[in-house]
Design a protein. Sequence first.
Length: 251
Amino acid sequence: MNAALFEYLCRLGDNALVLGHRVSEWCGHAPVLEEDIALANTALDLIGQAQMWLGLAAEVEGAGRSADDLAYFRDERGFRNLLLLEQPNRDFGHTILRQFLFDAYQEPLLAALSQSGDARIAGIAAKVAKESAYHLERSRGLVIALGDGTEESHRRMQAALDRLWPYAGEALTPDAVETEIAEAGLGPTPDSLRPAWEETVRATLTEATLRIPESEFAQTGGKTGARHTEHLGPMLAVMQILPRSHPDAVW
C-alpha cells in the first residue's frame, strides 16, 4: 500500500506544482495589472499545495527525500502530473480554460479526499479545498466573460477549448493505483467524480456560448509517467536549473 500511496500523493503534488509553475510564467506578463496579481497569487497557492502533498509523499516513502527533492531532482518520466497541466499558456484564454478544467475536477476530488481514511490526507484536502473553491469561482467567471464577450475573445476561448479538450479526460480515467487507493478508503475513484465535473463544465461552457467538442477521446500517460508531451521537459529545465546547478545551496 505504501507504494501506491506514494504514487498517488506524487500525482496530487505534481499536478499542483506543474500548474503552479505554468501559471507563474504570467508574472509580469499578464494582460492587465489585476490579472498579473491574481495569477501570481494562484501560482503561490498551487506551489504551497504542492509542498504539502509532496512533503507527505516523502514522509510515506521514508527514503530520506524531501518535498524539494521530489520537486527538483526527478526527471520528466518521474513526474505524475496530468498532461493537461503541462500544456503551454499560449494566450490568456488557454491559461484560463486550462485552469477551469482542472478547478472543476479539484472541487469533487478534494471534497472526497477530505473524508479520507488517512487523517493526514483529509487535513491537507480540507485546507486546499478553501483555496480551490476560490480558484474555481474565478476561472469559471472568466470563462463565461471571455466566451460570451467580444468576437475575438469568443474565438480565442473556442480555440483553447478545442485544443485542450482531448487532455481533460485523463483525470477521470481510473487506473490500478487509484483503484487500490479507493479500496483502502483513502480516496475516490476518478470515474465517481465525472458526474460533478461534467455538470460544472457543461453548464459553464454553455453559459459561455462555447461549443463543447463531441469527442470523448482522452490523451493519457501523464499521471502514470508513461508518457508526457514535448512541453514538460523544457518546463522542468527552467524550473529545476537553480537547485540542480547548486544542489547544496541554502537560503
